[in-house]
Design a protein around this ligand. Structure first.
Ligand SMILES: [Zn+2]
Ligand SMILES: [Zn+2]
Length: 317
């Protein structure tokens, strides 16, 4: 299961109700802040996510509405919050701008208060946990080195306790080894294979996050069949020309991607202040009915085909 907490859902400039782009993706004890627009610190506090364990930041691209909050966040970490390590992942151009912002403006020659790593993203896996991975993939937008992220649980085979009972496998290391795919020899000498106690493969949950994007054909395959796609919808079709000019998507184009890729759920974010939310939703739902429009502080749980709105972050301590 992944949870996503939307901290800022506005494009380019904040509105009364929407902050600048930022969201947190949670999986067990892991947290990934995806983008960090101006004002993100306060959204983190208000959402209940808090700063703890927020030590990995993934940046989709280097435009200011996605990175300007990093200076304030690092500044806060340096004075009041203890965090031992901070990894900021981004494309080369985004990291150049972040380096100026953090080292030039926020720290001004002072040592970073924690082990601060600016990690340049190449397409491919950028993080591996015990049961999930995060993979970066290129996204086309204004400027170089823009990335989207695929959060993917590993496939697994469920342990079937009733089969283990029938076979008379005692509790203890034998069951654990079978779950891990190893054949075991029981105390009575019988040899048991994992296939005898494991059910069919269950595909892991997949969540794709795309920041700003100017076209969809090159991300179609990575989105194929995912449980949830989070993507920008800055414009409506009536201003498709302007969307093309600024390398953004219309709600209709995002919905067409969701339909073509056969995703289970579409969540739109990065909304322009020029439109009403219900017009964005209506345009997308006409093409892909299973569409939601994110608001600041919305929390969604994504789990094998389900996308459920919840009141608060469940993996909070
Ligand atoms: Zn943007
Ligand atoms: Zn942008």
């Amino acid at each position: 299961m992944f949870e996503i907490v939307f901290l800022g859902t506005s494009a380019s400039a904040p509105s009364v109700r929407r902050g600048l782009p930022a969201q947190v993706v949670l999986h067990d004890e892991y947290r990934f802040l995806v983008d960090c627009g101006e004002g993100t610190q306060r959204q983190i506090l208000q959402s209940g996510v808090g700063f703890k364990r927020l030590s990995r930041i993934l940046i989709t691209h280097g435009h200011l509405d996605h990175i300007l909050g990093l200076a304030g966040l690092v500044s806060t970490f340096s004075r009041w919050e203890t965090i031992e390590e901070l990894d900021i992942f981004g494309g080369r151009w985004a990291l150049e701008r972040i380096r100026e912002l953090v080292y030039g403006v926020a720290l001004r020659g002072a040592e970073p208060p924690m082990a601060l790593h600016l990690r340049e993203i190449q397409p491919g896996p950028i993080f591996e946990g015990s049961d999930f991975t995060v993979t970066a993939f290129p996204v086309w937008h204004r400027g170089p080195d823009c990335f989207g992220f695929l959060f993917e649980e590993k496939d697994r085979r469920p342990f079937l306790p009733e089969k283990a009972e029938t076979l008379g496998i005692p509790p203890g290391p034998w069951r654990r080894n079978l779950v891990n795919g190893q054949a075991v020899t029981l105390p009575d000498g019988r040899r048991i294979l994992p296939d005898e106690v494991l059910g069919p493969v269950r595909p892991g949950t997949r969540l794709v996050h795309v920041g700003d994007a100017g076209r969809t054909q090159d991300i179609l395959e990575i989105c194929r069949g995912v449980d949830a796609l989070v993507i920008e919808a800055t414009y409506l079709q009536e201003e498709a020309e302007m969307a093309a000019q600024f390398a953004h998507l219309t709600a209709g184009a995002a919905a067409q991607l969701a339909a073509d890729a056969g995703v289970k759920h579409l969540i739109l974010t990065h909304l322009s202040r020029r439109y009403r939310e219900r017009d964005v939703l209506a345009e997308a739902q006409a093409i892909f009915p299973n569409t939601l429009v994110a608001r600041d502080f919305d929390v969604y749980q994504i789990k094998r085909g389900e996308c459920t709105k919840v009141e608060r972050v469940s993996s909070e301590e």
